[in-house]
Ligand binder design. Structure first.
Ligand SMILES: [Fe+2]
Ligand SMILES: [Fe+2]
Length: 274
């Protein structure tokens, strides 16, 4: 994160104290103080998205946050959140990796792509590995293969988007014939008794019969399940692969009017109230 990005609290005294109920619930995390950089010195509230809070104690505080938003010195977050680096007007794929994705998913994607390259795989597989968990990195974890495939579909060959979608199901099912075992990491994540749901089983069976099966299987083989977050891989290592396999829109991702532009805009301004 660039040093110019302000994430520390300031010494500015807010014009009114937040209700203790919000502070006690830890919801101060969603409220942008200080006021130095807020619009007209107003406090800005980030309303957490339903997908992030459903089923958690935070969901009970939606009303309290809405009430807080009615205060005259308070507005909801729209546009630039000073805690995030500002994106260029015409963002490229690289800008999302460097300015939006956290170090863990970013490193995971770059390391997977590097392993695919070291294994001598073709560019479509390297590109698919570079993108495969992009939804986890910037949007949503649940159903990440499907979200990720949709995000990139207008910009990559159909085969790449297909492989990204199907890796979601394939990673649960070993294929010893190509050296893929059930990931040890998943036993830790989900428990040894985890059984994928029926729809995932059906997706796996259909993908297995598909002519592009190995494209997607290779993502799971080169997926780094236990990786070192300290290993630095430069996005520019893949500049040539991205240049040939990702059709960057001239208007910038999020502004090209494609059916998925809104998904990229959500990653540019993830804290917008609406
Ligand atoms: Fe994945
Ligand atoms: Fe992965």
């Amino acid at each position: 994160m660039p040093e110019s990005v302000e994430t520390r609290p300031s010494s500015q005294v807010p014009p009114h104290e937040l209700p203790a109920s919000l502070r006690d619930a830890g919801l101060a995390n969603w409220i942008r103080e200080p006021l130095d950089d807020a619009v007209d010195r107003r406090r800005r509230i980030i309303m957490p998205p339903a997908a992030a809070t459903m089923g958690t104690p935070a969901s009970a505080y939606q009303g309290a946050l809405l009430d807080e938003g009615r205060h005259p010195d308070t507005i909801f977050m729209m546009g630039e959140n000073p805690a995030l680096p500002k994106m260029p007007e015409r963002p490229t794929l690289k800008d999302f990796y460097l300015l939006r994705f956290g170090p863990i998913p970013r490193t995971h994607l770059l390391q997977s792509a590097r392993v695919a390259r070291e294994n001598g795989l073709d560019e479509k597989v390297i590109m698919a590995c570079l993108l495969h968990d992009i939804a986890i990195a910037g949007l949503l974890s649940a159903n990440h293969g499907y979200w990720g495939a949709q995000l990139v579909a207008p910009y990559v060959e159909e085969e790449i988007a297909w492989a990204i979608e199907k890796h979601e199901a394939l990673r649960y099912f070993p294929d010893e014939s190509v050296g893929y075992r059930y990931p040890e990491a998943y036993i830790g994540y989900f428990g040894a008794d985890y059984n994928p749901p029926d729809y995932i089983r059906r997706e796996h069976e259909a993908a297995r019969r598909h002519r592009w099966y190995m494209r997607s299987r290779l993502i799971t083989i080169n997926d780094i399940y236990s990786f070192d977050p300290n290993v630095v891989v430069d996005f520019d290592e893949f500049e040539d692969v991205v240049g040939r396999n990702f059709r960057q829109p001239a208007e910038g991702l999020g502004f090209d009017g494609s059916p998925v532009a809104h998904m990229w805009r959500t990653m540019i301004w993830p804290n917008n109230f609406l």
